[in-house]
Write a new protein. Structure first.
Length: 297
C-alpha cells in the first residue's frame, strides 16, 4: 500500500511594505537612467535611441490623429442629422457647437507628437553628418584586404576564390552607394539650413537621390542575405546563425517598401500609420539589441 504525497502547502505571498517600494524607486530610476546613458554614448547607439523614440512618437501620433478625426467626423454627422430635424433658427446654435473634448485633446496631442518626431528626425540627420568618416574607413578596410589567388588545380578552391572576389566587389559597391546616400543627404540638409547655397529644387532632388541610394543599398543587402543563405550548408545553419540572419533579413525587408515610398517624387502611396508601423519593427529590434548589449552583467 502506497501513501500519497502530501499536497503542497499554499503560502500567501509576502506583503511588501509600501515604504520599501517607494524607497526602491530612486535606485530603479538611477539604474534606468544609467542604462540609457550607456546606450547614448556611441553615435550608433544614440541613433538607435532617437530612431525608436521618433517612430514611436510618429506611430502614436498617427493613431491618435486617425481616431480623433473619426470621432470628429461622427460628431459632425450627428450634428448635421440633428440640423435637418430641427427648425432653421436652431441651426446657428448647432453650427457653433464645440467639438468633443476627448477628440480635440487627442488631435492636439497627435500634432505635438508629430512635431516631436520631426525634431527627433532632424536630430538623427545631424547625428549622421559625420557618417562619411565611418564609410571612408569601411571602404578602406574592404579595399585593403589581401586578394585571394585563383588556383586552377583545385576546383573547390577556385570556386571559393571566385566567391571571395564577388563578395569583395559587392561590398565595395554597397559602401559606394552608402557614400552617395550620405553625400546627397548632407547637401540637402545643409542647403535647407542655409549653410550652403542650393536652390529648393536642387535640395529636393538631392533628398530624393539620397533616399533612392539608401533603397538601392537595402535591396542589395536583401539579395546578399538570400545569396548567403543559399551558400550556407545545412550543417552550418545553426540556431545562432539563423537568428542573426532572420533578424537582418526581416529588418531590411521592413525598410524596403519605405525606401520606395520616400523615394517617390511627391510622396508615396503608403498611409502615415503604415509607414510608422513598418518603421517600428526594425527600430524596436535595434533598441532591444542595444539595451541588451549595454546591460551590466
Amino acid at each position: 500500500m502506497t501513501v500519497a504525497d502530501p499536497a503542497p502547502s499554499i503560502t500567501a505571498p509576502a506583503k511588501v511594505p509600501i515604504g520599501a517600494v517607494l524607497a526602491a524607486v530612486p535606485s530603479n530610476a538611477d539604474a534606468f537612467a544609467g542604462h540609457l546613458l550607456r546606450c547614448l554614448q556611441t553615435r550608433a547607439g544614440a541613433d538607435a535611441v532617437l530612431q525608436f523614440l521618433c517612430y514611436s512618437s510618429k506611430l502614436t501620433g498617427a493613431v491618435l490623429e486617425t481616431l480623433s478625426r473619426n470621432a470628429l467626423r461622427q460628431s459632425a454627422q450627428k450634428l448635421v442629422a440633428m440640423a435637418f430635424q430641427l427648425p432653421p433658427a436652431t441651426t446657428v446654435v448647432l453650427s457653433s457647437a464645440p467639438a468633443p473634448p476627448g477628440a480635440a485633446f487627442a488631435l492636439s496631442l497627435a500634432n505635438k507628437l508629430k512635431a516631436f518626431a520631426a525634431v527627433l528626425s532632424e536630430a538623427r540627420t545631424i547625428n549622421r553628418l559625420w557618417g562619411l568618416l565611418g564609410l571612408y574607413f569601411a571602404l578602406k578596410r574592404v579595399i585593403s584586404r589581401p586578394r585571394p589567388k585563383k588556383q586552377d588545380s583545385d576546383n573547390e578552391s577556385s570556386d571559393a576564390v571566385v566567391e571571395a572576389r564577388f563578395d569583395r566587389v559587392f561590398s565595395v559597391a554597397q559602401i559606394v552607394i552608402l557614400i552617395l546616400y550620405q553625400i546627397f543627404e548632407n547637401l540637402a540638409f545643409l542647403g535647407s539650413k542655409k549653410a550652403i547655397d542650393l536652390k529648393p529644387a536642387t535640395m529636393g532632388r538631392f533628398g530624393l537621390l539620397s533616399v533612392r541610394c539608401w533603397g538601392t543599398y537595402t535591396f542589395m543587402e536583401l539579395g546578399r542575405l538570400l545569396l548567403e543563405r543559399t551558400r550556407k550548408s545545412a550543417k552550418a545553419k545553426d540556431a545562432a546563425w539563423l537568428s542573426t540572419w532572420n533578424k537582418s533579413f526581416f529588418r531590411n525587408l521592413a525598410w524596403a517598401p519605405l525606401t520606395v515610398h520616400w523615394g517617390m517624387a511627391g510622396g508615396g502611396p503608403l498611409p502615415e500609420t503604415l509607414v510608422a508601423l513598418l518603421a517600428m519593427y526594425p527600430s524596436t529590434g535595434q533598441m532591444i539589441d542595444l539595451w541588451r548589449e549595454t546591460a551590466i552583467a
